[in-house]
Design a protein around this ligand. Sequence first.
Ligand code: ADP
Ligand code: MG
Length: 401
Amino acid sequence: MLNKKSIDDINVKGKKVLVRCDFNVPLKDGRITDENRLVAALPTIKKLVNDGGKVILCSHLGKPKGEPKQELSLAPVAVRLSELLGKKVKFAADPEVVGLNAKAAVEAMKDGDIVLLENTRYRAEETKNGEAFSKDLASLCEVFVNDAFGTAHRTHCSNVGITKFVNIAVVGYLIEKEMKFLGNAVDNPVRPFVAILGGAKIADKLNVISNLLEKCDTLLIGGGMAYSFLKAQGKEIGKSLVDDSKIDYCKKMIKKAEKLGKTLLLPVDTTIAAVFPDPIDTPIKVEVVSVDDIPSNMEGMDIGEKTAELFTEVLKNAKTVVWNGPMGVFENPTLAAGTIAIAKALAETKAITIIGGGDSAAAVNQLGFGDKMSHISTGGGASLEFLEGKELPGVAAANDK
Ligand code: ADP
Ligand code: MG
């Protein structure tokens, strides 16, 4: 179990508490288009407010690359958070994040007040874990709480650097919850434990397979991940997504699964098209072929129906499922069937179901299955690194129990 102090282990009454949240939400024309991460941060904020802390929130948003960018200001987040909490969240708009506005706002705080700082990545040191910005942040508070699971795999000022300069550093409820679900799945899964991998970020995701094979009973591979494996088996994959530098690795993983007696299932059929749809939801002409019959001028963009059935059958007996990455280009209705089939299978099973990855979570939510899942992770990269068996620096930096 997580051996880190949490907000339940401290007393924040009257204290200035800096909370690193993950408010990295998608914005369109200044409007928040998906507020899951805001909602996920509420339990920790509410607890600290109710306990009489002076609650100073901070987060990054997008990639401003170390300078103020108006369109990546956290101002809209302050507005929406105020609505969600039913309580004023004062926004401290400093281009240097910890400037005159922030200092004055913090100085004026009463117990239970909330202040939100500007985008931490307006400061170039943030992503380099520079000391000056870590100290600036630390100077605002007496207690530090990290609840940003989405950046827990990064070593930045606002989640790791700051802990050198604040005596009390603990984790919040969201990190605790994420670690509980992912930790149990990896270290103590109710078996059979089935992992499903898909999506397009192959380079990042292939690395997780080695560790996952040791933990899970069955590994299902679909989406853009699958074709590197099919190529490793000597099959023609046409113009499908592939990482040629990982073909040997894929061969090794197939051997590793055999050696460990684990089941590694690849697609048996695939939905193919001549060109990738652009825009992504343009109507598209497709056909379904066996993975032995992919023409050299075609691209695989979804698992086929037989594969969906095969995977669904496996999922019926699962007791723990971790899913990261869609089975196809689900943004296109003609290429969404594989992803829908898996989401449905997870919604119908009684197994513990854990979804990691931004697009996988979006797919599950769009299909209306969000509340049928045991846990939807707020951190794609962080959950993957955890599943890879790596320590998360943002969690490791908190005080031990
Ligand atoms: P997540 O965000 O869940 O971690 P990724 O970002 O790795 O997942 O991948 C999601 C993307 O993968 C989606 O935009 C989807 O269109 C794409 N994708 C899935 N299957 C394929 C495929 N066979 N070829 C190309 N892209 C694919
Ligand atoms: Mg993604």
